[in-house]
Design a protein around this ligand. Structure first.
Ligand code: FPP
Length: 253
């Protein structure tokens, strides 16, 4: 019997990728962990790891476009990351501007739409302006939706959603009879997105770190020890290939 070829086939020699007609996740969420350790292992400052992490973002966005993934949500800065030294926080929050300054034309050419989740009002003005400009420019694109989770924390998002829903109930804009899971999801930052099909976490830790707690209820998880700056297109395709082979039952049989 002929061996079934993997759907996502990566060939390092000529960099071609073979796509089949398999089961591609529509929405992939990524926790990009390991930048600091990558740098420290090389005797470099943590910033160097974040900078290298940005190059990985570029590679993985390209790979997601190639695979016709509909949405990619990247955990870029969490509500807990403010606890880091100010110099590191400042550095990370300059990366969106740096990335968009260089790659916005490419993103436009590839029909990518930029969006954010999280409380961006609390970010520095330069970060907000860069992101807002990219969101405005890419508003009409209908290819990959690239979401940067910026100042994002799931518990904060859930509390805000509950408050907003309570206000609507109080103001008579919503009736208790209409409150169900689907309706509640409309109050979340991800209201315009399907729940992630696949969560990838790099860097060896196996936890959710306050990421998309509601949305990940039935998501397939894929963990790797590879640190984010070392994460390659090949690793990404391996995750997609393993996802393809999983049976999703959503609690059924
Ligand atoms: C976690 O690794 C990483 C972050 C908190 C920052 C993630 C940011 C990027 C990958 C670059 C973002 C790029 C764009 C385009 C906005 P860590 O520092 O916690 O690593 P460690 O666990 O090794 O310390």
């Amino acid at each position: 019997m002929a061996m079934k070829l993997p759907f996502f086939k990566y060939k390092e020699d000529d960099e071609t990728v073979q796509y089949g007609d398999g089961n591609t996740p529509e929405h992939i969420a990524i926790i990009m962990d390991g930048n600091g350790r990558w740098a420290q292992r090389r005797g470099m400052p943590r910033f160097a790891g974040h900078k290298e992490g940005l190059s990985t973002v570029v590679k993985i966005v390209k790979a997601a476009v190639k695979c016709k993934v509909k949405a990619l949500t990247l955990y870029t800065f969490s509500t807990e990351n403010w606890k880091r030294p100010k110099s590191e926080v400042d550095f990370i929050l300059r990366l969106p501007k740096e990335f968009l300054h260089v790659y916005l034309p490419d993103l436009m050419a590839n029909n990518v739409r930029i969006k954010t989740i999280g409380d961006i009002e609390k970010l520095p003005l330069h970060t907000r302006e860069a992101v807002q400009y990219a969101m405005d420019r890419t508003r009409d694109n209908d290819g990959l939706q690239l979401n940067f989770a910026l100042n994002y924390g799931s518990r904060h998002e859930l509390l805000n959603a509950m408050k907003a829903m309570y206000t609507d109930l109080n103001d008579g804009k919503l009736s208790w009879d209409d409150v169900d899971e689907q309706h509640f999801s409309c109050y979340l930052d991800t209201a315009d997105l399907p729940d992630p099909d696949l969560l990838i976490r790099t860097g060896g830790e196996k936890r959710l770190s306050n990421y998309l707690l509601w949305q990940l209820a039935y998501t397939e998880f894929w963990f790797t020890d590879v640190l984010w700056p070392d994460f390659t297109e090949k690793d990404f395709f391996q995750a997609l290939e393993e996802y393809r082979q999983r049976k999703r039952r959503f609690g059924g049989l």
